[in-house]
Design a binder for this molecule. Sequence first.
Ligand SMILES: [Zn+2]
Length: 484
Amino acid sequence: MRQPAFALATLATVLSAAAAHAQPAADPVTGFAPSDTAFVAYAQPRIAFTHVEVVDGTGAPARRDMTVVVDHGRIAAIGPSARLKPPQGVAVIEGTGKTLLPGFVMVHEHMFYPSPKGGEYGEFPYSFSRLYLAGGTTTLRTGGTLATYGDINTAHAIAAGRQPGPDMDVTGPYLEGQHLLTSKMVALKDPADATRTVNFWADEGATSFKAYNYLSRAELKAAIDAAHARGLKLTGHLCSITYGEAIDLGIDNLEHSFAVATDFVKDKTPDACPSPTATLASLNALDPDGPEVGALIHRLIDHHVALTSTLTVFETFSAGRPEAPAAARDLLAPQWLSSYETRWTQTQTSDRGRQYAAFFPKLMRMEKRFVDMGGVMLAGTDPTGYGGVVPGYSGRREVELLVEEGLSFPQALKISTLNGARYLGREQAVGSIEAGKQADLILVDGDPTANVSALDHMPLVFKSGVGYRTSAIFEAMKSAIGVY
Ligand SMILES: [Zn+2]
């Protein structure tokens, strides 16, 4: 009889040791585990940035030599350093030569990444939530998920202050039809199934929805109506349904801006997804400044449909574009890194790589035209494709590409901050540097209004007034993507 009791005691010891390993005591100041507390550079309740350049996220031009005071997680005051002196006893961050931006609000993020085995995706909410933050993203919407509970629980842990990371709006599982990109998706059976699925996941904590390639119009309509009935929004990466049809059905947002529109495929069959080659050829044949694109832009604007720019993922498809930076590649586990590098090399000479190289500048031109005509553009990064869109580095790259397409830095920043906050209904709390808002801030070394690549130097990111040393997060996440 002693033997089982001993075995049981040993097992209990092992289990409690494992539990202690999984959940070490939270730090009394940060509320985080020690491994996360190690990332925190500033946890003082009151902090002042002095003599800093501010680009506030509203689209307004940069203001120089400013002071920004943070008090208990909120922006308490902002004014010229000549007039606004930091209050006694605050931690002062000297900002000469530095620029303060609102944290990014990115709306097409994922907690998964494409595996070296095609058609498979690994879920990495642990590293991705921390890496997005290290890259300046302090609010995000997922643009579809393959592990909804993983995303919902991560969002809850961040909201409860148990771990660092961006505030998250979690989409439910992809709303998809009868053709599945991966075995982790599910096919809706009919419109009633779309309604049931939206209601189930809204009850479970999803706060938005994403429709995917092979839905029928009737299923999309049912999903939109179910989401709207609960005050939630629905976006789509569509193929079987044209943008024009989705606008008429009441969709709120379309992903990948113009890059997946099937409106221009000749003789398209209703409710059927044309081949990717046919869709890309139809888009490549368009004049970005021509009347067809103009008419679609007018319809989008008239119906208040937002577009999400995800230039980062289309850059990876296009020959002649740079590889992900070395520091981003350092985050990939070895097999994931070699897969990315092989595929990137193939892209430089493949037909598809050349077709996207021709399309990429046209896509930029269409996006710029949409913004110039008054359309609501949002930004996201979409870490899919064959890899290379790396959380932590993808957000800044998206802003750089928006500037490359011809937008001013304040415009590109507004798309990547306040526009997203407004779309998500969070603009009272986040999205710009204004007194009363959450102190979600990026400190950049240099002046991104003079040269947007200054965004590559982002030593500190603040979320709710807590300052994170970004280099510490990146160092801790080396080779993590593919592992956890
Ligand atoms: Zn995506």
